[in-house]
Design a protein around this ligand. Structure first.
Ligand code: HEC
Length: 128
């Protein structure tokens, strides 16, 4: 019995020595190797049957967030400007385009132009 604890200590000693002797093999994790871009699902063409003509939803949402959300809210819930979540039920694409081009009340005209305005108007016209 008396040798037993000693044996354990010896074993522990050997073990810890060999652990030290083994060197510090645990390397710090290398820096993240990937700068891969997980975003941009790219090749999606929503083409087929967009009711108000084809447009890219992601583009529309980005435009909205950049240009309109400050007044109409991140989720179109309204703020300074009215709620637009069901705007498509009230205004069609052309009417929305007119608002964008000419402004309305406190909303300044020409915030977005050309294809951007078309995209936003078509996207909003589908909000019903
Ligand atoms: C400076 C704040 C502001 C910004 C920015 C803004 N709006 Fe507006 N918007 C308003 C206000 C205020 C009204 C309400 C005007 C009124 O009826 O008198 C309005 C009205 C509208 C309407 C008509 C709603 C209705 O019920 O008649 C649409 C559509 C609209 N905005 C879309 C947009 C879009 C799309 C953008 C981004 C390109 C945008 N707005 C940016 C303030 C803003």
């Amino acid at each position: 019995m008396k040798r037993f604890p000693f044996a354990i200590m010896a074993a522990v000693l050997v073990f810890s020595l060999s652990a030290c002797g083994g060197g510090n093999t645990a390397q710090p994790p290398a820096n993240k190797p990937s700068t891969e871009t997980p975003s941009t699902p790219s090749t999606e063409t929503p083409s087929t049957t967009a009711p108000s003509g084809s447009y890219d939803t992601a583009t529309a949402e980005a435009l909205f967030k950049n240009t309109c959300a400050g007044c109409h809210g991140q989720t179109l819930e309204g703020a300074v400007g009215p709620n637009l979540q069901k705007i498509g039920g009230q205004l069609n694409k052309d009417q929305i385009l007119e608002v964008l081009n000419k402004g309305k009340g406190a909303m300044p005209p020409g915030l977005v132009k050309g294809a951007d305005a078309e995209t936003l108007a078509a996207w909003l016209a589908d909000k019903k």
